[in-house]
Structure formats: C-alpha cells, structure tokens
Design a binder for this molecule. Sequence first.
Ligand code: FCB
Length: 450
Amino acid sequence: MTINLTVNQRLNSNLFPVGVATSSFQIEGARDGREASIWDTFCATPGAVKDGSDGNIACDHFHRWQDDIELVSLLGFDAYRFSVSWPRIIKACGSVNQAGLAFYVDLLKALKDKGLKAYVTLYHWDLPQYLEDKGGWPNRDTALAFADYVDVVSKAFNGYVDCYATLNEPFCSAYLGYEIGVHAPGKVGKQFGKKAAHHLLLAHGMAMQILRRNAPDVTSGIVLNFTPYYASTDSEADAAAAKLAHDHHNDWYVKPVLTGCYPDILHTLPENEKPDIHDGDLALINAPMDYLGVNYYTRSFVTSCNNDGFSILPPAADTPVSAMGWEIFPNALRDLLLQLHRDYDLPPVQITENGMACDDALINGEVADPVRVQYLQDHMNAVAEAMEAGVDVTAYFVWSLLDNFEWAEGYLKRFGIVYVDYDTQQRIPKRSALALQRWLTRRKASNGEM
Ligand code: FCB
C-alpha cells in the first residue's frame, strides 16, 4: 500500500527547506581517525549502553558519506543537518587534525555540488575525552576550548555553510550527562548539572561571537530540545509542578539565550548547585541569534512531589507511544511554538529535529513504517498550524536520515527514514522515506522546479 503525505500548503513553498538530520558520533564510525570522546569512554563502561555497543563503526558514514549524500539528494531533500566531531578536529596536543577537517570540507563541497543546503551543528555531545579529563563542562575552560575549536572550523568551512548551530540540546549534555548520569560522561550530582549548563551556554555565546566574525553571512543560532510539561491533574500543586519542570528543563536554556536572565528558580537553588556566573556572561549568552532551533519529540505529564517539587510520569497505559515509549502527541508541538511565541520575542524558528523510533523490520526487502509516516505528517501539519497563528517557522528537519547509534539505547532503537542493515551496512529507504520523496517531488513540480 502506498501512503501519501498530505502536508499543509504552508510547507509547500520551495522557500521552506525540508531536510534530514544526523550527528557525528551516531553515524560516522572511523574511531581510529580521531581522539576519544566522552561517548567512547561511556560505551566502554559496563551497563552504560543497553546493548553494550559503541560508535567504533556505527553506520560507517565516514567511508560511505558520498552514497549517503547521494541518498539525501535522491530522496528530494533541500537540506542536510549534520554535526562536526570536535575530537576529529582538535588533537589532544592542541594541533589541528587536517585529515579530519578535510573530511568535512569534502562533504560540504559535495553538498554544494548537489544543491543541498548545509546546516552544520558544531557540538552534538561528543566532547573530547582529554577535556573531560580536565573537568569537562563543569570546568569553565571547556567553553574557551570550544571557542578555539569553532574558530578553526568556521575559518576552514568559509563559503560552504548555510546555517550554523553552536550546540545541540545543551539540556541533554548538562542534565543527562552531569546531573543524572544516564548519558556520557555519566556523572551524577546536582552540584554539576547547572554549572555544566552555564558553561555550555557560555560556549554558545563565545561561539556566536566567533561566527559573527568568521561567518558574518551565515545564519547562526542554537538548537534546544523542548518537552512541554502538562499537569497530571487540575490541582494547583500539579500546575506548579509542571511549571517547575518547565523552568528547570526548558526555560533554563531558552530564557538566558533570548533574554539574558535565568528563570527565577536560580535564586532558590542551594549555593552548591548554583552556576558560577561571571560579569558579562549573560550578555554573551544573550547575543542576538538569527534563529532558534527547536527539537521536539514528545510531551510529558508531571505531578508534584516532595523531593524535587516535581516528578515526570510515564505515559498512561492507553496512550499511543513510539518504540522509545514516548507519547505521540503532535498538538503539543503546535502549542509549544505558540507558547514560545507568547513568552518571547522570538527570532525565526527552525524545527531542527522531529521524528520517532519504530520497531522496524526488513521484510522482503522493504520496511513498512506507516506509523512514522503519520507521525511526520501530523507534526508537519502542527507546525503549519503554528505558522498560521503567526509563528515564523523557516525550516523543518526529520530525525534521522539513517538508523544509528541511539546513545544509551545503542542500536536497539531505529529512528531512521532509511533502514540500516548493520551486518552489511546496506541502506534501505523505508516507506516513510519514499513518502517524503513523493511529497518533495510533487512540491518541486508545483513550484516549477522540475
Ligand atoms: C535527540 C538527539 C538526537 C537523537 C534524538 C532521538 O535528543 O539530539 O541525537 O538521539 O534525540
């Protein structure tokens, strides 16, 4: 059965780029061509990654990138979002790994040749281990090291990049990595989380300064993840708990970036959990951006509790969920965009990640993923509704091009629109990829491009 995507007219303009996203550690492999990252160390920690896997080979994209880019182009996308591996660029001794840099420059040239827009993320969680050894993100010096790395990269990529993201999801780096320890580097302690978050945001601010100097014409900003939090009952206590979850997990990142202040909860934190904020930090963090990247997957319900003041609940039994166990609820994406639009003086917004994991199976050479097709259609239409209501959304990216290393889940969860057979490294476009291809082809034709 062929399923066609029916997407709102607003996303049908060829001026609205539709792309696919990936990240370095999740697909590249070629471990021998770079320094160790915190994710290599985490993978080697027994029990840290569910299937005990690592990123040594992953999708072997480092050796297969030409075919992968060809696929992005064949599927009809306008843009490709990928990340640069910091440990592939800066060696532990501080010198530049020219071969690592050349890999990305070649990739960028190929994107340009194919008429694909290049959306480059400078940090998608793979911190060099040699920096973690000096304290990682809770150490302010890591932000300075990031600025040096961004300087090298943005000079070398001059003329090839359409859009830069300084960081991907600093919430995940800081909270999952340094506060609850379910991601690399696996540190646990409230005394690390907000300190790490502040230095990540500082790194973003410093990187923006460098990008303005080295790449003044390139659209630059940050990518944040948002989980909209809903109160589990209509009690006042649960409403307050939902607000608290929002302040800690969403607003802690977007508010300083857009306004130069942290949420008021800053003042209620115990002294040892407070970030070390120096004079001038917040002005840097609040540097004007050309866009805000929004990653959205799901929403969560919250209840009040004595410990942290809020507790996040798993979806109720009868709720539609993805293979990650995340609720499928497209309206929350529309409402999130409307809320951001109400709360802030927003720059243009890009949806930089959206997608779902399914229990995909390769049967007779095909992968039928109708639930993913529906998910993508419904979420794109939720974006269109937000645009209708006045939110300036300027791009949409599907996560992900390929099945890949899904962090602490290893290779157990498949987010790709293209199936990867890890034994042969064969790529098989799923029905969702083919549905997107048909829609994008129709879109090009109706815009007179074909
Ligand atoms: C996001 C990450 C991305 C991927 C998706 C499923 O939080 O940015 O790397 O793991 O979730």
